[in-house]
Structure formats: C-alpha cells, structure tokens
Design a protein around this ligand. Structure first.
Ligand SMILES: C[C@H](O)[C@@H](O)[C@@H](O)[C@H](O)C(=O)O
Ligand SMILES: [Mg+2]
Length: 436
C-alpha cells in the first residue's frame, strides 16, 4: 500500500480552551460552568499528511490530559503508518498495554482520555492516507479486518470474536444499500443546545422554536438542580415542541439512586423518552435499580462518562440501560468504540452517541454511520446528539440538514481544527486568553 508508506516524525500537543462558561453554554446540574476544551494532538509525518486527534475536557484539567497524551505520543515517533495499520489491535495496545503507564488507569481516567486522542489521530492519519472519511474506511473493511482491530480482553463473556464476525458477515452483503441511503439522507439527530441549565426561560423558548424550524423533532432538557424549575422548564419546552416531538432529560450524575427515582416520578407527566446519567457512571447496579423502578414509563440512558468497554458490558448484562451513549474520546478511540457497538447490537440496545462539547459532533457522525452500515443495520430508536457550538473552528465542520447529519465526505476523522483557532485558543498563551 503506497499510501501508507509514510512515517510519523514528530508530534505536537496543545491545550485548547474555549471560554464557553461566559454564556453558560453547555451548563448542566453537575457541570455548572464548562469551558469546552480539547487536549489536542497532531502527528507529523515525512509527507504532508498529518494525523489530528483530541479528547474533550471542560477546562481545568486539560493540562493533565495533555501530559498523558505526551506520554503516549512519544511511543509513535518513527513508526511507519503501515506498521500501525496492519494490526490496529496491537496499535491500540501500544497505549493501553504500556507496562508502566497502565498503573495510572488501567483504561480509565485521564490516561484513557489521552488514548482516545492518540488513537483517533492515528485513524485520522490512516483515513487521510487512504483518502477516505473514517466511516468509509471502516465500512470498506472486511468483517475479519473489523474484528482484528478490537481488543476482546475482558469482554469475551459477552461477545466472542466469532459472534462479532457473525454479526458483521450477516450485514456485509447489504452494506452498500445502507451506505447509499446515508449519503442521500444523512443520519437523524437530536438537539441539546436549546435546554442548557443556565439559559433563561426566554432563551430556551426561542431556541426550541428555532430548532423546530430547522427540522429537529427530538430535544434534550437538563434537569436535576431544582425540581420546581425542572417542572416549569419541562412544561415550557412541551408547550413549544408539543407531544409529537420527543423530549429527553439529562441529570448529569447528580442524584443518588432513590433520589433519581423520586425526582423522575414528578417529571414523568412530561413524558421524557429517557433519563440520562441519573447517577454515578460507575454504579452499574444503581442504574439497573433506577431502570427497574421507572421502566417503561421512562427509560435510562448513559455513556458519556462510561470509562471503557468493561463497564458498558456490565450495563448491558445487568439490563441497566435502554440507550447506549458512546463517547468518541472517553473510551480509547475508534477501536474500543467498535467493540461497544458490537456488544450493543448483541444485547439489542440502540446506540445514540454523546456529542456536543467541542469536536464531538465532528467525531461521532462517523461512528453512527459505522454502526448503521456495518453493525446494527437499523436507525430505529437511534438519534445522534447535536449541539450548535464551536463548529466554526474546524476545517470540515459537521453539516446539518433538516435535523439530520449529512454524511461527511472529506478524508479523515473531521477533527482537524483551523490553525488560527489552535493558536488563538491555546491556553494560557493564545490571544483569546491573553486578552481576557
Ligand atoms: C458539560 C457538557 O456540556 C454536558 O452537559 C454535555 O456533555 C451533556 O451531558 C450532553 O449530554 O450533551
Ligand atoms: Mg449528557
């Protein structure tokens, strides 16, 4: 493969922060004032192709992820791209299997967020070398190549490589039909940006109206800070979107298990499709208890803080969730996502990725296309999150049309930021921070 005859020569890591807390964009009951940020990495090569990747953070702490990215990136210098892509499972394990770094995980927290950035940058590099978007690179893989990129350690009690192959082989003959459909129609989305907790009622009302006009039929509301205000806000949103549209609710981990059930009882009249992150992301059995108490009056969703495939496995095994919200860089990048998509398919749980923040929409559009074309072969009950912030900083920002993501066609993982944005928002030396 001539395309891949390139070698990584160096890397650059940047701490990039956007002052979104100024207008409370992205605010919720737990994250009251996020500054949407990226721990960002660029792999340079001996050609003009660069691999870009990032992991999403909320401001303070981005420097910790940058340090972890440095620790991992150095391991890729002098590697040939072909040497990395020939065995993507082994490439993933360069990050997750380091015999010393592993101690500060394993496969969780800042070091795993860093793995997400680094592995995603390698996929970006590979896809650019092959002149394909990442989703198409994966959609063109044989079932064997797809499975070869996954680390099945710790999940074979839920799905074996053979079972994974069976799923992919069954879908392979019809992949082209679904690909054509996605190119023509795009992937259905829902919006969160109308319902941030820190927005005034008037602003929420206006944003709901605008989103409806743009074709959205699914809306997410932030809850969990003050029950009376949640009830008032739910009534307000319902009055704007009606009961033909779908309302979701997101508590961002604020409640204890019993508190979650009691609080939601009072919000059920507004018919939320699901309650997202009702409690700690590590509490598998707590999610199962909440689900048992509320199902089917509402359902349970989680994923943006689920640290790895093992916890997703347990959530599936324990019947703890109804919607699986993979996060493109919370877990260790594309490889681990593929494992989670396959498990979700086996347990018949729809995948509705977490997006928003900065860069997450750009990433996850690829993942939902992979899910539909190769794995789930269904869009039923599936919507991909959309948040209308910071897209202007990307070279190839997401494109929405009538409440759907338009399939991205540019090479790579759509995550490359404009050089000017990288410079201006680098913390603390960039122009935006110096002038603040
Ligand atoms: C801090 C962030 O904006 C979160 O509120 C956001 O990721 C949210 O949970 C979501 O589901 O989009
Ligand atoms: Mg959320």
């Amino acid at each position: 493969m001539v395309n891949q005859d390139i070698t990584i020569t160096s890397y650059e890591v940047r701490d990039i922060r956007f002052p979104t807390s100024k207008h409370l964009d992205g605010s919720d009951a737990m994250n009251k004032d996020p500054d949407y940020s990226a721990a960002y990495v660029i792999f340079y090569t001996d050609s003009d192709i660069e691999g870009h990747g990032m992991t999403f953070t909320c401001g303070r702490g981005t420097e910790v992820c940058c340090s972890a990215i440095e620790a991992l990136s150095v391991k890729f210098v002098n590697k040939k791209l072909s040497e990395l892509t020939v065995d993507m499972r082994a490439t993933h394990q360069i990050c997750t299997g380091d015999s010393q770094l592993r101690w500060i995980g394993p496969e969780k927290g800042a070091i795993h967020l860093a793995t997400g950035a680094v592995i995603n940058a390698i996929w970006d590099l590979w896809a650019k070398a092959e002149k394909k978007p990442v989703w198409k690179l994966v959609a063109d893989m044989t079932p064997e190549q797809f499975v070869q990129s996954i680390d099945f350690r710790y999940i074979t009690d839920a799905i074996t490589p053979e079972e994974a192959l069976e799923i992919l082989r069954e879908n392979a003959p019809t992949k082209a039909i679904r690909e054509a459909e996605m190119r023509a129609k795009g992937y259905p989305a829902y919006t969160t940006s109308a319902g941030w907790l820190g927005y005034s009622d008037d602003k929420v009302r206006r944003l709901c109206r605008e989103a409806k006009e743009q074709g959205f039929t699914h809306f997410k509301q932030k809850v969990g800070s003050d029950k009376a205000s949640d009830i008032r806000r739910a009534a307000l949103i319902r009055s704007e979107i009606g009961y033909d549209s779908v309302l979701m609710m997101d508590a961002n981990q604020v409640w204890d298990v019993k508190e979650a059930i009691d609080w939601m009882e009072d919000l059920l009249p507004y018919k939320p499709l699901f309650i997202e992150e009702p409690t700690s992301p590590d509490d598998v059995l707590g999610h199962a208890t909440i689900r048992k108490a509320l199902y089917p009056r509402t359902r349970v969703a989680t994923g943006e803080h689920i640290q790895n495939r093992v916890i997703f496995k347990q959530l599936f095994q324990a019947n703890a969730i109804d919607f699986c919200q993979i996060d493109s860089c919370r877990v260790g990048g594309v490889n681990e996502i593929l494992a989670i998509l396959l498990m979700a398919k086996k347990f018949n749980i729809p995948v509705c990725p977490h997006a928003g923040g900065v860069g997450l929409c750009e990433y996850v559009q690829h993942l939902s296309l992979i899910d539909y074309i190769c794995v789930s072969a269904s869009t039923e009950g599936r919507v991909l999150e959309y948040v209308d912030h910071l897209h202007e900083h990307f070279l190839e920002p997401v494109v929405m049309n009538n409440g759907r993501y338009v399939a991205p066609l540019a090479s790579g993982y759509s995550i490359q930021m404009k050089r000017e944005s990288i410079e201006d928002y680098t913390f603390p030396t960039g122009k935006v921070h110096r002038d603040a």
